[in-house]
Ligand binder design. Structure first.
Ligand code: ZN
Length: 419
């Protein structure tokens, strides 16, 4: 995952444009990806797909032609979605178009102008301090014209049409935690999910923030009844604790699965209630859709100091943190995969487990987790309660409960409940 981040870090991603396509090309080398092109002007619920933005170069040069601010050194130097300009102007005229980080002198801030035509540069406070009265040659060699919005969709079909929606935003240029980490995580997840047969169907969306989910929702409204769970993922590479934000419903199966897994992963994980802030979960959880979609992160949007600045670079992300997030996400999905209801076929008294090789031959020792899990599953499997219900009630990890159910089913003491 980290190597993949290194590979696509330099691309100047945005809501639209060539480097979004290049990013999706890179993702598509690892997972089966369908790339959709949605023309500018397309209505998406209350929004409209805007013009496509592409950029080749940008700089502020002094009278000698020396580049003082240069897009080629960092793509954060240009306000993302800047309209083209080629002009000579004094500092006084340039100044309203310059942005510095509010707190850190040495960082370049990341700024966008998606929905308002404007242009601008972002620079360090030191660069700004060096500017004299000018004049300056100001060039942004960009195009902002009708084209399309591009997003990627990877469907991994399972036995059931019940579907898990997994999404990440792909619209940020050279920023690592927000949100190359999410892109890398979802790509690796797709690769893993495609390895074996699955009960559920998985739909992975690589979409530009906000407008991307609005476009997808507007084109897939008739299909949404299949979505039984969803997770938006972003900012999974930094050192903040694993964090799950519940869906608007709050008690959806995905909320309970995530809560269960994070509680068993470690003490320093966080479970947060829904709020209409963050990333695309805002759209999926809007009242007209109310999909059971939560959000898995480490830092939350805006929570880390380096957020939306040049300091959100590859040094901020650790392979081990990415790996832990992937493992947690796989575990949550595993709960969703295996959370079924069983019926105890020998419910009158406890069945004799020893005779079936399911109980230690020597008695007297304190109950082992395996035995305890079997007794819980037998006691609770009345056809109404699921394995996650049993894991929650017993306080045992879902894995142990699920393994106990498999052993009991193999011994013909349990059968999957109908319907
Ligand atoms: Zn962001």
């Amino acid at each position: 995952m980290f190597d993949f981040m290194v590979e696509i870090f330099p691309l100047c991603r945005s809501l639209t444009g060539a480097d979004v396509r290049a990013t999706l090309d890179a993702v598509g080398r690892h997972v089966p990806l369908v790339v959709h092109e949605v023309p500018s002007g397309t209505q998406a619920l209350d929004w409209v797909v805007g013009d496509e933005w592409n950029i080749r170069d940008a700089f502020i040069a002094d009278e000698s032609g020396k580049r003082i601010v240069d897009f080629k050194r960092s793509n954060l130097h240009v306000v993302n979605y800047s309209e083209p300009i080629d002009a000579v102007m004094p500092l006084a005229e340039l100044l309203p178009h310059l942005h510095v980080h509010p707190k850190h002198q040495e960082w370049i801030p990341y700024r966008t102008s998606y929905y308002e035509r404007d242009w601008g540069f972002c620079l360090t406070a030191a660069q700004l301090a060096e500017l004299d009265d000018g004049p300056y040659h100001v060039v942004i060699d960009s195009t902002l014209q009708p084209g399309s919005l591009t997003y990627g969709e990877c469907v991994i079909e399972g036995a059931s049409t019940d579907e898990v929606l997994l999404t990440t935003h792909i619209c940020h240029p050279s920023l690592a935690n927000d949100n190359l980490s999410g892109i890398a995580l979802l790509t690796e997840l797709g690769r893993r999910l495609a390895e074996g047969p699955r009960r559920l169907t998985y739909r992975l969306l690589f979409i530009p923030g906000t407008i991307g989910s609005l476009v997808w929702l507007s084109r897939n409204e008739t299909h949404l009844a299949n979505v039984v769970a969803g997770i938006v993922t972003a900012c999974v590479g930094d050192s903040a604790p694993l964090t799950y934000k519940r869906s608007r419903r709050g008690d959806a199966r995905v909320d309970r699965a995530a809560q269960h897994v994070l509680r068993h992963v470690g003490d320093d994980t966080r479970i947060l209630d829904f709020e209409p802030w963050g990333w695309d979960e805002r759209q999926f959880n809007s009242p007209g859709f109310d999909l059971p979609v939560g959000c898995l992160t480490r830092s939350r949007e805006g929570e880390f100091e380096e957020y939306h600045s040049s300091a959100d670079d590859l040094d901020l992300v650790r392979p081990a943190q990415l790996h832990e997030a992937l493992e947690a996400l796989l575990k949550i999905l595993d709960v969703l995969e295996r959370d079924t209801r069983y019926v105890n076929l020998a419910p009158k008294g406890e069945p004799q487990l020893g005779r079936r090789g399911l109980y230690p031959k020597v008695g007297g020792a304190a109950a082992q987790t395996d035995q305890l899990a079997m007794l819980w599953v037998l006691n609770q499997s009345d056809g109404g309660r699921t394995l996650l219900d049993i894991a929650e009630r017993s306080g045992l990890p879902f894995d142990d409960v699920s393994r106990a159910a498999r052993s009991l089913a193999a011994a013909e003491l349990l059968a999957e409940a109908e319907g």
